[in-house]
Design a protein around this ligand. Structure first.
Ligand code: PRP
Length: 212
């Protein structure tokens, strides 16, 4: 297994775009990648092993070295601050983090509450704004929080904007743009530098092409 490069991939909506990008970069990924419940997919012809993780966990696998490289959203990297190197902006799965809430509402003066899946990002953002808020950590369906009175605001990902719109929320501030990044474990980068440089080179070629 040692000459295999292990890549941690985010399950869910980023997965398809990441697979498409790898295929464009010339990696022959079997049809299994398009419809499988397996969590480990080996591609011996390319000396690659893929592990399929929750997006929030990709950087954890890479930091601990059980994956050499990974594809992780900038949102996760900002939130988790893992000990990994960011090698390339893959420019896929573009979205952004924003502050949102019910229309025409002010934050509670006394004890403002912000619900989010990103407590560190949210805390840092409101601290920079000079506002002290109570952060309420949720694991999903964040848009529910202001509607049912759990929080004044949310900090969440906006992609198409549909979830906010269909739930009657409006955006108040845009915090930061998010795309997926190629990350690497620092030790793997020393040991498997040839394979990793090759991966970066091939991905860089297709990312650069897409920019024009
Ligand atoms: C994310 C995010 C928003 C939604 C934004 O949730 O938290 O709820 O996508 O996408 P949109 O702007 O295109 O509507 P996700 O689907 O990952 O599920 P979650 O509720 O578990 O966070």
């Amino acid at each position: 297994m040692n000459d295999f490069l292990t890549i941690a991939m985010p399950k869910g909506r980023i997965f398809e775009e990441a697979v498409e990008l790898l295929r464009k970069a010339g990696y022959k990924l079997p049809p299994e990648f398009d419809d499988s419940r397996k969590l480990i997919l080996d591609v011996p012809e390319e000396s690659l092993r893929f592990i399929l993780a929750k997006p929030m966990d990709v950087a954890t696998y890479v930091e601990h070295g059980v994956a050499d490289v990974g594809i992780a959203g900038k949102d996760v990297l900002l939130e988790e601050e893992r000990d990994v190197y960011e090698l390339l902006d893959l420019k896929i799965s573009a979205c952004y983090l924003a502050v949102a809430g019910l229309p025409n509402t002010k934050m509670n003066d006394v004890a403002p509450r912000v619900a989010t899946k990103y407590p560190n990002v949210a805390e840092a953002y409101f601290r920079e704004q000079g506002e002290q808020v109570e952060i309420i950590k949720l694991n999903g369906s964040i848009e529910l929080a202001p509607i049912i009175g759990l929080s004044d605001r949310i900090v969440d990902i906006v992609s198409t904007g549909r979830t906010m719109k269909e739930n009657g929320l409006v955006e108040y501030e845009r915090i930061v743009d998010v795309t997926s990044r190629l990350i690497v474990n620092p030790v793997s980068y020393r040991i498997k530098d040839g394979q990793i440089d090759e991966l970066v080179r091939r991905l860089h070629n297709v990312v650069a092409v897409e920019e024009f």
